[in-house]
Design a protein around this ligand. Structure first.
Ligand code: FNR
Length: 191
């Protein structure tokens, strides 16, 4: 079974990206993926510092890295903050990129050669597109294979129905298309 983790870059109550993450997770599960939800609110991740890393690697950073390392693919769903990704998500990505347990300096064992997909919901008319461009570049830098399909949900404050579904057909179909491709690529790369 293909394992995929969903990581959302917002812990805000009522977060539109958490809602989008819920839809993507349901779609991944429907397509046969073994799903792990990563709730960053449950991880005690200090702001990355080399001193912390050298003296006492945070247990939750290791826990996050272990979860990522166990997956065939990762789906990142993130808000855009000032044209980029939020520090919450960048910090999590950075911690899990660090070598532990005697790995080489550029081991990147949680990420290398795995499939990734990206999505964003934003209250702006652009749907967080600029943030996704940064996120795509970062994930490529850490040697993930980021699929070309992606999802932006513009005007997120008006995009979701009461039951959490997307009102418009286009972003809803993009969620299906993107999760389907992620599962297929993650399966192919892990086989
Ligand atoms: C934002 N927001 C935002 N939106 C956007 O489309 N482009 C941007 O550059 C920014 N910049 C930005 C900076 C900061 C510091 C904050 C707090 C917010 C608005 C953002 O899209 C909105 O708050 C979303 O609702 C956040 O996502 P969640 O928490 O609903 O998932």
């Amino acid at each position: 079974m293909t394992s995929i983790a969903v990581i959302v870059g917002s812990t805000r109550e009522g977060s539109f990206n958490l809602m989008l993450g819920d839809l993507a997770a349901a779609s991944l599960a429907a397509q046969g993926a073994a799903l792990t939800r990563v709730d960053l609110a449950t991880f005690d991740l200090p702001l990355y510092s080399a001193a912390l890393e050298a003296n006492d690697f945070p247990p939750d950073a290791q826990r996050l890295k272990d979860i990522f390392a166990a997956q065939d693919g990762l789906l990142f769903v993130s808000p855009e903050y000032n044209g980029s990704l939020p520090p919450l998500l960048k910090n999590a990505i950075d911690w899990a990129s660090r070598p532990t347990g005697g790995e080489g300096l550029v081991a990147l064992t949680a990420y290398r050669g795995k499939a990734a997909a990206i999505m964003s919901a934003s209250i702006s008319p652009f749907g967080g597109l600029r943030g996704l461009m940064h996120l795509r570049q970062i994930l490529s830098t850490i040697q993930m294979l980021v699929i070309p399909e992606q999802v932006v949900v513009p005007n997120a404050h008006a995009a979701f129905a009461e039951d959490g579904s997307l009102k418009e057909a286009l972003p809803a179909s993009l969620v299906e298309m993107t999760t389907g491709r992620l599962v297929a690529v993650a399966r192919a790369l892990s086989g």
